[in-house]
Write a protein that binds this ligand. Structure first.
Ligand code: PSU
Ligand code: MN
Length: 307
């Protein structure tokens, strides 16, 4: 497995040493995915949610070139409020470390660092994936290829409908990344409960996910990731008509302004948050908190099996 030079927060270090449940959390949603000033409040709320469910939160990010597993509140505040925070995927980590940058880690980078730290469960909002028009732009998130080689369970609400969920599922299949629906056989579409595609497998409880994770280890099948897709209840999703309208506008704006590369995802998210006057933000926050809760329950169930 990859080795990183990591600094652990004190509580996370203790928890890992004695086998207490730990949940990894990413920082890109804090620095680039959620608008200020809500981002810091939400970052703290995510951590509280993990704690309330009995696990230790380990938010991962880079402070002055140092990868940290378990940012403290001052560091979390720094990544939520400072202007010059880089968005770090796996390929960016070495450069950022070398120049001493502050950086927020994406799903890809957070997964890689968490796995290297011995953390098995990670909660986020939505996975990166294959973008619409990827057949021309080749825009596919490194989240997918990283999960192909990183042993971690990622709890998410599928991929955002700003992406191409069907193509993303095909790529996850090709890359050998497991996908299970949490109490559903439909792949969630982040803001929307149903992203429009079937799943082969569904799990019903945190204990069952823990059983799957244990089976992966027993059979030596834990070389890659497992996506646990946790949909919002229908009554909590974004109004589908508002969603479709906002998405069409956002994609048109993207083209008009020529936004490409790693700016695409933050641009579309910001468009949703402003165009829906906060409705998408409220939904986004609910998604993350629900995923944090489920991930913590999975981590607790896994730790109980190992005790
Ligand atoms: N999903 C969200 N909010 C986000 C992201 C995903 O709901 O901010 C972030 C994650 O960090 C994810 C990244 O890893 O966007 C994907 O970016 P890209 O498409 O550039 O790989
Ligand atoms: Mn991209």
């Amino acid at each position: 497995m990859t080795t990183f030079h990591l600094r652990h927060g004190a509580e996370v270090a203790d928890a890992l040493r004695v086998g207490r449940p730990v949940v990894a959390l990413e920082s890109t949603i804090v620095s680039h995915g959620l608008p200020r000033p809500d981002n810091l409040r939400v970052a703290r709320e995510i951590e509280r949610t993990v704690r309330d469910a009995g696990a230790v939160p380990a938010t991962i990010g880079m402070i002055a070139g140092q990868l940290v597993v378990g940012l403290d509140d001052a560091e979390l505040t720094r990544l939520a409020t400072v202007d010059e925070v880089a968005k770090l995927s796996v390929r960016d980590l070495a450069v950022a470390a070398a120049i001493g940058a502050d950086g927020a880690t994406t799903v890809a980078a957070t997964s890689a660092v968490a796995a290297a730290a011995g953390i098995g469960v990670f909660a986020t909002g939505g996975l990166g994936g294959v973008h619409r028009e990827a057949s021309q732009s080749f825009d596919e998130s490194a989240d997918l290829t990283t999960l192909a080689r990183t042993p971690i369970a990622v709890v998410c609400a599928g991929v955002k409908s700003i992406l191409d969920p069907g193509a993303t599922l095909e790529r996850l299949e090709t890359l050998g990344v497991g996908v299970v629906g949490y109490r559903t056989r439909r792949f969630p579409g982040f803001y929307l409960t149903d992203g429009g595609f079937d799943l082969d497998w569904s799990v019903d409880s945190p204990e069952q996910v823990a059983t799957v994770l244990a089976a992966r280890e027993q059979h030596g099948l834990h070389t890659g990731g497992l996506v646990v897709a946790n949909p919002l209840p229908v009554e909590e999703q974004l109004d589908p008509a508002l969603h479709d309208r906002t998405l069409a506008e956002g994609l048109a704006l993207l083209r008009r302004e020529g936004v490409t590369g790693k700016a695409v995802t933050p641009f579309l998210l910001a468009h949703f948050h402003s165009a829906t006057e906060g409705a998408s933000l409220a939904v986004n926050i609910r998604i993350i908190l629900r995923n944090a809760d489920l991930a913590a329950r999975i981590a607790v169930a896994s730790a109980a099996r190992q005790a």
